[in-house]
Design a protein around this ligand. Structure first.
Ligand SMILES: Cc1cc2nc3c(=O)[nH]c(=O)nc-3n(C[C@H](O)[C@H](O)[C@H](O)COP(=O)(O)OP(=O)(O)OC[C@H]3O[C@@H](n4cnc5c(N)ncnc54)[C@H](O)[C@@H]3O)c2cc1C
Length: 391
């Protein structure tokens, strides 16, 4: 660990690493990343890794498209290709939501995303064995992809190291203190001083912000997910990223005969009051049995042939929710440069290349890029929460 640097990034997840990488591309100077555990140990290693642009917010839709392209280009740009699975995104929802789906399609289409309504027969051709009834409507985004999130995060770390970034694992930041134009950071391995610090610590960020006397409007929210195995004698497979508003789950293929299943949290987390609070350092790291049972029931609704499938393994960790479910990309007032990128609300993997590019520009030029003008944390104080929806 170096005792001084030009920018210190706290947190070795996909956010911190992407910012570090983009700062290195800008030749910002000596860049150091401190991660208290191993790279990807937080949410980044556990995400579904889905990137899709069907969102009813033009910025979010465009930024996702940028991010998918950025992950695809890692091979060409840095000689570090990662598998990007072009599964496409299939949405199934109740016809009562058709106006909302059409609005999301209209916004996404206006940003260049290809997505359209399809009928039940087309949906079943795309994903054989998908439930359908006369109340369900479908939409499909063929360009949506999924990636293994840990591979992506570790690859960003490898590229950043190649570009000269120092990444120190097993180094917890304990306190941060602004001392004139510098930030003094006490870690378990000694002290670091830097004029610029970027906090990329997701659900742990509120702890650090409290030390600056600036309570962070981000809440921890329990996340549970399961990997399910197809029935032994079935020749059916999950082929698409599927999101089913009726059963309340989303899923994507995992290897040849498993699938990742998570909850569509946004359907019911409408404000911070809906979050299921948990201490990210002291929580059960696997799903509760009741969750596994409900998840399997939901999965059997979406894909009736999965009734005979079984849960293979589960994980649990902690989301970092912001009041409107959209990230906060900002800088604290004061002489030292304290920047933060958090509140990703379950969507930070797919935004990370965009976040890396824009936050590196913000740090380097000291001017907030127009792209992230609306992502300040003052928006909550000023009644400017972002209006958007998944569909
Ligand atoms: C089940 C699930 C599914 C998801 N699916 C998707 C998806 O499909 N698409 C999508 O876009 N997003 C998804 N997400 C969200 C996405 O994973 C996160 O938004 C993203 O990974 C956040 O990255 P991060 O780097 O900000 O945070 P993290 O990956 O949590 O990284 C923060 C890091 O900070 C470190 N840290 C904390 N405190 C300290 C300290 N004091 N000192 C040093 N280091 C510290 C932690 O150890 C951690 O490694 C999902 C999340 C979950 C839980």
């Amino acid at each position: 660990m170096s005792a001084t640097c030009d920018v210190l990034v706290v947190g070795g997840g996909v956010t911190g690493l992407s910012v570090a990488l983009h700062l290195a591309l800008r030749k910002f100077g000596r860049i150091q990343v401190l991660e208290r555990h191993y790279v990807g140990a937080g949410q980044s290693g556990r995400a579904a890794g889905i990137i899709r642009s069907t969102v009813r917010h033009a910025g979010l839709s465009r930024w996702q498209t940028e991010s998918a392209q950025s992950f695809r280009s890692l091979g060409e740009q840095f000689g570090e290709p990662i598998p990007v699975h072009p599964a496409g995104y299939l949405l199934a929802t109740d016809r009562d939501h058709s106006a909302s789906v059409d609005a999301a399609i209209q916004v996404a289409t206006s940003t260049g995303c290809q997505v359209s309504r399809i009928d039940a027969r087309q949906a079943n051709d795309l994903q054989p064995g998908l439930r359908s009834d006369d109340r369900t409507i479908f939409a499909f985004e063929p360009g949506a992809v999924h990636l293994d999130p840990m591979t992506a995060t570790q690859t960003l770390a490898r590229i950043a190291r190649t570009l000269g970034v120092e990444i120190v694992e097993g180094c917890e930041v304990r306190t941060l203190e602004v001392a004139g134009p510098m930030v003094r950071v006490a870690t378990e391995n000694g002290t670091v001083e830097s004029p610029v610090v970027l906090l990329g610590t997701s659900c742990w960020m509120p702890l650090q912000m409290d030390r600056f006397g600036q309570p962070m409007p981000v809440r921890p929210h329990r996340a549970e997910m399961g990997f399910f195995q197809v029935p032994a004698r079935s020749d059916r497979r999950l082929q698409r990223i599927v999101s089913d508003a009726t059963s309340g789950i989303y899923l994507r293929p995992d290897g040849s005969d498993q699938m990742f299943v998570g909850w569509r949290e946004g359907d019911w987390v409408k404000s911070l009051a809906d979050c299921v609070a948990q201490d990210p350092d002291h929580c059960r790291q696997t799903a509760e049995f009741s969750t596994v049972r409900r998840m399997h029931q939901a999965l059997s609704t979406t894909l009736p042939w999965m009734r005979d499938g079984f849960v293979h393994r589960t994980f649990a960790c902690t989301y970092d929710y912001s009041p409107d479910g959209v990230p906060i990309l900002d800088r604290l007032d004061g002489p030292a440069g304290v920047f933060l990128a958090g509140g990703f609300s379950g969507g930070g993997f797919s935004l990370s290349p965009f976040v890396g590019r824009t936050m590196a520009e913000y740090i380097d030029t000291e001017r907030r890029p127009d792209d992230i003008a609306e992502l300040s944390w003052q928006r909550f104080r000023d009644g400017q929460a972002i209006q958007w929806s998944n569909n």
